[in-house]
Write a protein that binds this ligand. Structure first.
Ligand SMILES: [Zn+2]
Length: 294
């Protein structure tokens, strides 16, 4: 029985060995230096793949690797990164094939980074037996789901507004959740003011900021209601660095206004700050699950 290794490749490559939904030792981070925190953005795709391979080898420490899960910020289809708006050079890369070639006897799974967060939450909170959905609020907006399914999707781009002027999403689509909630979109809307200041102004009673904070919450409630109307009720987590702006009570109130049919009620949104470690655990758990049929 070899090692199960999880990787998160977003701003940096974060790698950890996972046993029974726990990290064994500390995660490895590449590049290590905080000053180079954004280095992956400027790195060619082949170098990113090589960096992942090297860090996995170092983490394994000579032991065989039985399962390797890698979370990337984009749409993944059969191991190929089909779209990666926040790490553009990965688009079209067959990361699954590259890593399978490097680790021929390993179960390799490449998945969306938000799906790794959902799996990590499920694994670390003892919820592997149920549906777990998570919104990750950062530069973009991710939507992750556990159990993992091969269907591709980008829930962060759910349409939550029919106003044609809502066009700030990084993908260019109009009315998107990310165009309202994404960090980049908020800075565009407020002409480079930091979202911290906007939410602070909202608390102080500034009318425009207050209206935006309300829209921001309603957008997330709307996208959650859509997921409930398609997939049924359940637990939703809100994670990512901008989860700090969430007023959970307000969000649950708004959700209650949007879901009225009794069999679909009973969902709950919970703010749960998670670190890279949770995503690393989720990536490993998903890849390990892929080894055992059924
Ligand atoms: Zn979009």
């Amino acid at each position: 029985m070899g090692r199960c290794i999880g990787v998160l490749a977003t701003e940096r490559v974060v790698v950890g060995v996972v046993e029974d939904a726990h990290l064994v030792g500390a995660v490895r981070v590449f590049p290590e230096d905080g000053a180079d925190a954004d280095r992956l953005r400027d790195m060619p795709a082949e170098e990113i793949a090589q960096a992942i391979r090297r860090q996995v080898e170092l983490a394994a420490g000579g032991s065989p690797v039985s399962a390797l899960g890698v979370g990337v910020p984009g749409i993944v289809v059969g191991g190929i990164v089909a779209e990666a708006p926040n790490l553009l050079q990965l688009k079209g890369q067959n990361l699954g094939a590259a890593l399978s070639a490097a680790f021929p006897s390993t179960a390799v799974r490449i998945l969306n980074d938000a799906d790794t967060v959902a799996a990590g939450i499920a694994a670390t909170r003892g919820e592997l037996d149920r549906l777990v959905r998570v919104w990750t609020l950062g530069t973009g907006i991710g939507f992750g789901r556990y159990p993992w399914q091969p269907a591709m999707g980008e829930g962060g781009h759910s349409v939550v507004s029919l106003d044609p002027k809502e066009n700030l999403c990084g993908c260019g689509g109009s009315g998107h959740l990310e165009g309202i909630m994404g960090h980049r979109a908020m800075r565009l809307r407020f002409l480079d003011r930091e979202p911290e200041e906007v939410f602070e102004d909202a608390r102080r009673g500034d009318e425009r900021s207050r209206a935006f904070a309300s829209l921001w919450h309603r957008a997330l409630a709307a996208a959650t209601a859509t997921s409930i109307h398609f997939d049924g009720p359940g637990k939703f987590y809100v994670s990512g660095r901008n989860a700090r702006f969430v007023d959970a009570a307000l969000l649950n109130l708004q959700l209650g206004e949007m879901v009225k049919m009794s069999p679909l009620q009973g969902s709950f949104l919970e703010v749960l700050p998670t670190g890279d470690e949770v995503a690393v655990i989720g990536a490993a758990v998903t890849a390990a699950g892929a080894r055992t049929p059924g």
